[in-house]
Design a protein around this ligand. Structure first.
Ligand code: CTP
Length: 390
């Protein structure tokens, strides 16, 4: 998928610069044309000759080169995507402040191509509110960021700040290059996570849903240009700053939040694992242990069914069904019962993992999808867009 794509690699001065050599090599082997800009600090970590030998393309380190065109403009125009890996706090800060005082920062400023930052730095630097605010600001402007990984850092600390796997960076590059903004102008509502139903101030009933599939859908819809509203219960993933998120922990809170947002939503993905039952009389005080405890439960409102009842002809409603048996039959029943356009059925045996297997059904067809949740999310969106094309 990267054949003949023009990738401008920006290397800044962090120890992970040596890992970007392998990134340049992998991208080149995949058929991409990779040109490299290195900042002066990056050259302290790795030599420009290394990138030049691997990519067989120019490596530029200086702003003023009398033999060339105006370099920052020609490179900015040439690139299909600009990838800054590793991205230091400095380059993120400069871009966020509109500073263009060297070749790389000027090129970032001048390009209209997607720009992907791959931050890698000391954990305290990464968590510094100034860096976080800069990332939020740039994300809101449409710049893309990868999350650093957790692990041992070169500075001796353990924490979030590690340069991610190059395979993961390549996956992001493919995503940003290959998806158009087909959802521009659309409002997409995604719910995710496991609801928590309070028994007393200390205890609750919940389920194993991680929220990963919902988050993958929200991110995929965002990348494809949608305005995404992300309503989540308890989730085990970090929410990117660019998503407009609302926390709704219990089934009742989720019901309220979703019904409020639904009239504005063009496509709704009801990915959340909403509790079907909640304690009938939650206790205000912590329940003291005695012998047996009989917990009386009552049914929660079925949000999805209510949305199905209110659905207009222009709205698309997608339900999810986690099944442990008779997957297709159960899922088809839910389409009818809840007036859905699509249902994504998954086998409970694969839930919670990064990879998934999903059967997308509408009233007529069925499509089997599998792979990483992010890629499955794109495939779900593709399926919906293809079958709703008139
Ligand atoms: N859902 C909902 N409100 C609830 C419960 C579930 O909106 N109170 C939604 C989920 O977000 C999901 C779909 O309904 O999109 C799941 O359908 P459901 O029939 O509730 O599945 P199960 O809970 O697995 O039902 P069953 O026990 O009948 O299989």
């Amino acid at each position: 998928m990267l054949k003949n794509k023009k990738i401008l690699l920006g290397i800044t001065g962090g120890i992970a610069a040596y890992k970007a050599v392998d990134l340049a090599s992998k991208l080149t082997k995949m058929g991409a044309e990779v040109k490299t800009i290195m900042t002066a600090h990056a050259c302290e970590f790795v030599g420009p000759i290394t990138f030049k030998s691997i990519t067989h393309q120019p490596v530029i380190t200086k702003m003023f080169n009398t033999n060339a065109d105006i370099e920052h403009i020609s490179l900015a125009d040439w690139a299909d995507i600009v990838v800054i890996a590793p991205a230091t706090a400095n380059i993120i800060g400069k871009t966020a402040s509109g500073i263009a005082d060297d070749l790389l920062s000027s090129t970032i400023m001048a390009t209209t191509a997607p720009v992907l930052f791959v931050p890698a730095m000391n954990i305290h630097m990464y968590e510094n509110p100034i860096v976080q605010e800069n990332i939020t600001k740039l994300s809101n402007f449409g710049y893309f960021f990868m999350e650093p990984q957790f692990g041992n850092l070169a500075c001796g600390y353990e924490g979030k700040g590690r340069y991610p796997e190059n395979e993961e960076i390549i996956f992001h590059i493919e995503t940003y290059l290959n998806y158009k903004k087909e959802l521009a102008g659309k409002n997409v509502l995604v719910t995710a996570g496991a609801s928590r139903e309070g028994i007393d101030p200390m205890r609750f009933i919940s389920n194993y849903s991680s929220g990963k599939m919902g988050l993958a859908l929200a991110r995929a819809a965002h990348i494809r240009g949608a305005k995404v509203k992300f309503i989540h219960s308890s989730i085990r993933v970090n929410i990117p700053k660019y998503l407009d998120s609302i926390k709704a922990v219990s089934a009742e809170e989720m019901h309220r939040a979703v019904l409020k947002e639904y009239p504005n939503s063009d496509i709704t993905f009801m990915t959340a694992a909403v509790a079907d039952y909640t304690p009938a009389k939650p206790s205000k005080q912590k329940i003291k242990k005695s012998d047996d405890l009989n917990l009386e439960l009552k049914r929660t409102k079925d949000i999805l069914a209510e949305l199905g009842g209110k659905k207009t002809k222009d709205q698309i409603l997608v339900g999810f069904a986690a099944e442990s048996e008779n997957i297709k039959e159960n899922a088809l029943n839910k389409i009818k019962k809840k007036n859905l356009d699509f249902i994504c059925a998954n086998n409970l045996n694969v839930s919670g993992k990064d990879d998934t297997e999903i059967l997308v059904l509408d009233k007529g067809k069925e499509i089997k999808l599998n792979g990483n949740k992010f890629s499955v999310a794109h495939q779900i969106i593709d399926t919906i867009l293809n079958s709703t094309k008139k």
